[in-house]
Design a protein around this ligand. Sequence first.
Ligand code: GTP
Ligand code: MG
Length: 201
Amino acid sequence: MNLNNLSIEVSAVSPKQYPTGNRPEIAFAGRSNVGKSSFLNKMVGRKSLARTSGKPGKTAQINFFNIDGQVFFVDLPGYGYAAVSKAEQQRWGAMMDTYLNMRKQLRQVVLLVDSRHKPSKDDIQMAEWIRYRFGYLIIVATKIDKLSAKQLEGNLQLIADTLKFTEDDILLPFSAETGSGKEDCWEVVCDTLEVEMPQLR
Ligand code: GTP
Ligand code: MG
């Protein structure tokens, strides 16, 4: 992979829109506004491949990004955004359930949590599902540029404790602002997908 061929493949709401073929995918989940789309953009070195926003609820569909014709990165809509209607929340839940439960190409779900906060009930539920399905967790702790080194250390411990970390679980501190943690995240992603590391710029 060289990250020269990047594009959105499809924004899907139902399975018939998902990409066909057998390319492996890795999906990124987490609360609305936690920084999923920003994480993806920073990882691939593009400012606005995935759309981001200061307002929660920006990503409303399942976005499949084609990475060098080899794998898909899947940007999931965020959960826990209270301001949307009940009907909208149900639609969201059904869309996520369908994707997460039926997608054979899905190799792992990476869960993003905000490094400043204790993981929410929804985060814990998502983590439990990931552990059940894949056997271990990959957690990205976002927005670490907003914390001092000392605060970060304490919060990482809190995150690991709250999600009941075992020695198989992986915790990756990250900042989409500074790019801190990017190389470690790529290493874990490439290991998971069994692809070679791209040349990072
Ligand atoms: P939804 O699409 O609503 O689920 O949100 P999302 O998880 O995709 O979040 P998004 O990437 O749109 O980022 C939300 C806000 O947080 C934006 O204003 C980003 O600029 C900001 N943000 C994301 N990551 C970081 C980070 O690492 N550091 C800082 N300081 N801000 C960040
Ligand atoms: Mg988003």
